[in-house]
Design a protein around this ligand. Structure first.
Ligand code: PLP
Length: 442
């Protein structure tokens, strides 16, 4: 018994020291994973609130539990702000993540066995859009028949003409697509929403736009406007370019509200992480006030970083198209190793990126374990206040790791030096604490 107690105490201390150590790393690193961000301290306050201990099943004002007065007030505000940000008639902030939002869309608009179209993973598609054989949410969980879009590698986008032919061919075999899934995890350039909406009309199918990555850019008005371009449903994560807590949201039209509500609850949630809903409401308010500027600075930074890396001999893809229209860059690192090796090398220097498949990796016999690429995002560095000159410094640091094999210890200290003046979250109402302060309330 005494020994067990000791182990529990040791475990307890270890958990806390690991969390604190993680914060120390974050203070001194360059976080460049394209799917992450740092929320404002007030979002973290929401996450620590009692909202996270409560249930509020059902819709705002129609809950099946008591004690929901303030939970309802906050969720109603989130919905109102979300409608403004995404030009939506209907907002549901209850999906607990982007994958759940997608599963809700699949469930509202398609039945098991139905045909859907999506991008493959090497062309940017997310695992939640993928086939059964890959364990994807669409294929393996909802049992949808997933076919992939023909892809124009030259322009890193869906090939609309070939898609039209493919859909005709499928239709001639008696298979009409129920959902056209757009949006991606490697999302450099806007997808052809208008064109796919036109095509979808012919087959009476729905268009799902998965804006998990680009929701913050859309909120800032600098990427495409999916509902404005005719998409039926727009799912998102609330923690990538939209720098809120980890959660999901659905934006759509009034005519679909009842079918979406029903799948989200009771179908896909019971409690819906109300502390995160409060965080989402705060993130939406920040977006309304500050993202016009934030989103533009993100895109400027990613283009600047792309150019600076390219000039230093690093093969950033799509130079002819200005590298990117979003927060991220795709880089072919095969001249210097594979994506896994480069990811690890950079990690040793506290430059945090992730390895990624390139559209042509499969043909070259490469797979996800050691792909040919890395993916990097500028949204978190931008949120910390970095601008063009810092992007150029970062290109120098990355070059010295990737090409010159510089001493990791030296690079680590240069990274920490660069980070010194960028410790606060920008583009938010109030930021008394530093971005990565470890806040004790124990
Ligand atoms: C990140 C991502 C998601 C969902 O992620 P969650 O972690 O469940 O929020 C969905 N779709 C795409 C395209 C993504 O990149």
């Amino acid at each position: 018994m005494a020994k067990n107690e000791l182990n529990a105490r040791e475990a307890f201390n270890k958990i806390l020291s690991s969390m604190e150590a993680h914060h120390e790393v974050m203070k001194n690193a360059l976080p460049m994973i394209a799917s992450e961000n740092v929320p404002s301290p007030v979002v973290r306050e929401a996450l620590a609130s009692d909202f996270g201990n409560r249930y509020a099943e059902g819709w705002v004002g129609e809950r099946v539990y008591a004690g929901c007065r303030y939970l309802d007030e906050v969720e109603a505000i989130a919905i109102e702000l979300g409608k403004k940000l995404f030009h939506a008639e209907f907002i549901d902030v209850r999906p607990v993540s982007g994958v759940f939002a997608n599963l809700a869309a699949f469930s509202a608009f398609a039945n098991p066995g139905d045909l859907v179209l999506s991008c493959t993973i090497p062309t940017g598609g997310h695992i939640s859009h993928a086939k059964k054989t890959l364990g994807g949410t669409a294929g393996a969980i909802r049992d949808l028949d997933v076919q992939n879009y023909p892809f124009d590698e030259e322009n890193f986008n869906i090939d609309v003409d070939k898609t039209i032919s493919l859909v005709k061919e499928l239709d001639s075999k008696g298979k009409k697509p129920k959902i056209f899934i757009l949006g991606a995890s490697v999302f450099l350039f806007p997808h052809p929403v208008k064109e796919i909406v036109e095509l979808a009309k012919t087959y009476d199918s729905k268009v799902l736009y998965d804006g998990a990555h680009v929701a913050g850019l859309i909120a800032g008005g600098i990427f495409q406007d999916p509902l404005g371009e005719g998409a039926d449903i727009f799912t998102m994560s609330t923690h990538k370019t939209l720098a809120g807590p980890q959660h999901g949201t659905i934006a759509s039209w009034s005519k679909y509200s009842e079918s979406i509500k029903r799948v989200v609850f009771p179908g896909l949630s019971s409690n819906h992480h109300l502390h995160a809903v409060a965080g989402v409401a705060i993130a939406f308010a920040e977006a309304l006030e500050f993202y016009h500027e934030y989103a533009r600075n993100i895109v400027t930074n990613s283009k600047t970083l792309g150019q600076a890396l390219y000039e230093r001999g690093i093969n950033v893809l799509y130079e002819k198209k200005g590298f990117t229209d979003s927060h991220m860059l795709l880089i072919d690192v095969t001249k210097y190793g594979n994506g896994f090796e480069i990811e690890k090398k950079l990690e040793k220097c506290n430059i945090i990126v992730n390895r990624n498949l390139l559209p042509y990796d499969k043909r070259m016999g490469r797979d996800y374990r050691a792909p040919g690429g890395i993916r990097i995002g500028t949204q978190e560095l931008t949120r910390l206040g970095m601008g063009k000159s810092e992007m150029v410094e970062i290109a120098d640091l990355m070059k010295s790791v990737i090409i010159d094999d510089s001493d990791p210890e030296k690079i680590r200290s240069k990274v920490a030096e660069l980070r010194k003046n960028f410790q606060k979250v920008k583009y938010c109402f109030s930021s008394i604490h530093d971005a990565y302060d470890y806040i004790k309330i124990r």
